[in-house]
Design a protein around this ligand. Structure first.
Ligand code: GLN
Ligand code: ZN
Length: 762
């Protein structure tokens, strides 16, 4: 039995990777110094894994930005707009232009890596003839061997996943692309074999999604080619994030090892090996330590799992490893000084997880349990028995609601009639919630956090901002106003800091995209409503105007999906706890006279499981969580929600189920698609279409917005139609925001006028 790792966080213990990158981009660091610093970081990470006792250490997983971008560049897939002449390795400037855009060319698209919060750069294929510009895994292998004496395991994303995640081609072009790309992989592998590499890890996480039987034939063809190209090289075909879809086909592939996730795909993968066995000529890479959460493993239970596996696959043919790359967890718990010790003791970040892998291997080799088994068990027991995890009342409430129907008293149609008391005009205009978080706002918050400003001073600063922006909104002529969210940094952190059951690490950063890192809140206990969180600001804003001001909170599913979540409960149970706490906030807002309340759920869709077969279950509890939060209000109270994406074709019914009175969505860049969606699927509740893109500082003209509105009206009834920007405005400047909103209101006025003339809405 060997210990192995699949990938290590790049950012460094103190985010030194991020700092080097940003220093280089800002011109503070010369290219040679940047490269040197990166090398130091890279080697330090390899050495650390070696010191932790890992036998198969991944090399080539390190990157200057993103591993998919590395691969695209290695294959010369550089879109024409970057003016790369096609000879030699792609220059660093081109690499970063693809990642971040340049003066002359926009950046490549970025999207989420499977069900994680990591974003990869989407390779653009199609027009480009690919070729091998350099062999990055080989360079990484040589470096580890020559500098540290480490016989590494080069890692690269496999051909099928690479192609499936790329864009710029029609499905019918896939075979041609395979014929282009596979020989490049073959060449990379041949060179690795010639260098004496023993094992290469080829990641094919796409195999845990809903691939078809026909696609498996393509996968078999690809691996046949790779095997023939480098027959002596041993390929560990690595999957993760869920169980594999076609186990019997996968174990038949001509590779030397198969890596399976026995955490997130535990049930499916375990059943598969039990039922179909595991080939005698292959190594099984068993992902037994969770690569996605931050909790210590219950090592005796893990040991039992390993024993179950070894009944089918003998020790000699087993590697123990994390369930996925450790990219998705912070680096080490070591420097967490301020956490409650009960919580800290129960945490395991990347380094601690590798130690766990190593301990399991040791215990199997020695044939007994280790001292640390007891320690991990006790640490988890202490946390599980702590008062924070044993709030009887909350748990009872959750178990009660599990079996209850949750719905508003009246149907949407009945509510709509009662909600006419606002006398809103046709096509009401509004915004999504946040207004520009200027330098001034951020500085004020910093001063207050540092104690330089007293709370009263900070509060009155926030009030001034609210007053200013209520005035601006009235002047612009918006119909439904917001307070502007000046008091919030982040829409999840803000609530996490005010609810019971959450805590925050000092250094628990994970890479989100490029140099951007996030520090998700940690939900460690039962989630409890303590005090009203948003009432003060909303009530103040409402006191300044006759127009309705929307209350504004983040929804339960988004808070869940953007946090690290305790793993002793089902995710649905945690979602219900959050939902019940937020219900109290909604009720507090309503009691304080706020009768339009927006509950944002931008992360609801991204929580969808990788396998379509699991969607219904997820949606059932996610929708229910939203309804728990929003269903106890009076018929006259109008519930809004917001989601920032436009991919709606398969999502209308879940949205309908939320039963929000009004939803606002992003559509400005895709209203064509939207119209076909709504033509096919009738949707009758209030819906606000994003009429301009807030991701760019550009001020849209009135005429453009008129066109977008007219496009929307072709699909939707004017009586249900709201007008708003695509998303919150906190990243925008004040001037451009005001200008854009003026154009939006003016465009709406023009459309209303034309509709009157045409008697459109009789
Ligand atoms: N209300 C939030 C805002 O306006 C919504 C943000 C989001 O959808 N991501 O900032
Ligand atoms: Zn949004």
């Amino acid at each position: 039995m060997k210990s192995s790792n699949l990938g290590y966080p790049r950012i460094g213990e103190n985010r030194e990777w991020k700092k080097a990158l940003e220093g280089f981009w800002a011109g503070r660091l010369a290219e040679s110094d940047f490269l040197k610093q990166m090398e130091v970081i890279r080697l330090r990470h390899l050495q650390k894994q070696k010191n932790l006792g890992i036998e198969w250490i991944p090399v080539g997983d390190f990157t200057f930005y993103d591993h998919m971008l590395d691969l695209a560049v290695m294959f010369g897939c550089v879109p024409k707009r970057y003016d790369y002449d096609g000879s030699g390795p792609v220059p660093l400037s081109t690499y970063f232009a693809m990642a971040r855009g340049s003066e002359t060319a926009i950046a490549c698209e970025m999207t989420k890596w499977f069900n994680t919060n990591y974003h990869y750069i989407v390779p653009e294929l199609g027009e480009i003839k690919s070729r091998l510009t350099e062999n990055k895994p080989l360079q990484a292998y040589r470096e580890a061997r020559d500098k540290l004496g480490i016989q590494g395991k080069p890692v690269l994303v496999g051909p099928y996943t690479f192609l499936k995640l790329s864009k710029g081609y029609e499905p019918k072009q896939l075979p041609a692309l395979i014929l282009q790309i596979v020989p490049l992989y073959a060449k990379v592998l041949q060179e690795l074999a010639d260098e004496g590499v023993e094992w290469v890890q080829i990641d094919e996480p796409i195999l845990v999604t809903s691939v078809t039987k026909d696609e498996m034939k393509t996968v078999a063809y690809i691996y046949q080619q790779l095997q023939e190209a480098a027959p002596k090289l041993q390929i560990m075909l690595q999957t993760y994030f869920d169980g594999v879809e076609w186990y019997e086909d996968i174990i038949d592939l001509p590779v030397a090892g198969i890596g399976l996730d026995f955490v997130h795909g535990l049930e499916g993968n375990l059943q598969a090996i039990a039922r179909f066995g595991f080939p005698e000529d292959k190594i099984l890479g068993a992902g037994v330590i969770d690569g996605r959460n931050i909790w210590r493993a219950h090592l005796s239970e893990k040991r039992n799992l390993v024993d179950t596996i070894t009944r089918i696959v003998p020790q000699e043919r087993l590697w123990l490893q994390p369930s996925s790359s450790l990219l998705h967890v912070p680096v080490t718990v070591e420097h967490e000084g301020q956490l409650d010790s009960i919580v800290k003791e129960a945490l395991a970040f990347a380094d601690e997880k590798l130690t766990e892998v190593q301990c399991l291997v040791k215990s199997v080799r020695n044939g007994d349990a280790l001292e640390v088994f007891v320690q991990s068990e006790e640490a988890l027991k202490r946390l599980n028995q702590s008062p924070a995890r044993n709030c009887g009342e909350i748990q009872e409430e959750v178990s009660r609601i599990q079996y209850q129907q949750v719905e508003r008293d009246a149907t949407f149609e009945e509510r709509r009639e009662k909600q006419k008391h606002w006398n809103l005009p046709l096509l009401p205009t509004t915004t999504i919630g946040s207004f520009p978080q200027t330098l001034e706002v951020r500085q004020a918050r910093r001063k207050w956090r540092k104690g330089e400003w007293a709370t009263e001073k900070y509060d009155s600063f926030i009030q001034d901002e609210i007053r200013k922006w209520i005035g601006i909104q009235e002047e612009i002529g918006l119909d439904v106003l917001v307070h502007g969210e000046f008091e919030r940094t982040d829409m999840v952190e803000f609530f996490g800091e005010k609810l019971g059951g959450f805590t925050f690490t000092e250094n628990g950063w994970v890479q989100s995209y490029g140099s951007r890192c996030v520090k998700p809140p940690v939900i460690y206990g039962d989630v409890e409503f303590l005090l009203p969180m948003t009432v003060k600001e909303s009530v103040y804003a409402q006191s300044l105007t006759e127009k309705p001001v929307k209350g504004m909170i983040t929804g339960p599913v988004t808070i869940l999906n953007w946090s690290f979540v305790r793993d002793d409960l089902q995710r649905s149970e945690v979602a219900f706890q959050i939902a019940l706490a937020l219900r109290k906030e909604v009720e507090a807002l309503e009691a304080a006279g706020i009768k339009m309340i927006q509950v944002d759920e931008p992360a609801l869709r991204e929580g969808l499981p990788l396998k379509q077969s699991a969607w219904d279950h997820y949606l059932e509890w996610a929708v229910k969580a939203f309804r728990i939060t929003t269903s106890t209000v009076a018929d006259m109270t109008q519930i809004h929600t917001h989601m920032c994406y436009c991919d709606f074709h398969d999502f209308i019914e879940p949205i309908n189920q939320l039963d929000a009175d009004v939803i606002s969505i992003e559509t400005s860049r895709s209203h064509g698609e939207l119209i076909t969606t709504f033509h096919k699927n009738a949707y009758h509740k209030g819906i606000g279409l994003g009429v301009y893109d807030i991701h760019s500082p550009r001020v849209p003209s009135c005429e453009e917005i008129v066109d977008v509105i007219a496009g929307g009206l072709a699909a939707l009834d004017p009586a249900q139609f709201w007008i708003n920007p695509d998303c919150g405005l906190k990243t925008r400047g004040a001037e451009e925001t005001i200008q854009s909103l003026k154009h939006m209101v003016e465009a709406t006025r023009l459309v209303r006028e034309r509709m009157t003339v045409l008697e459109w809405f009789k």
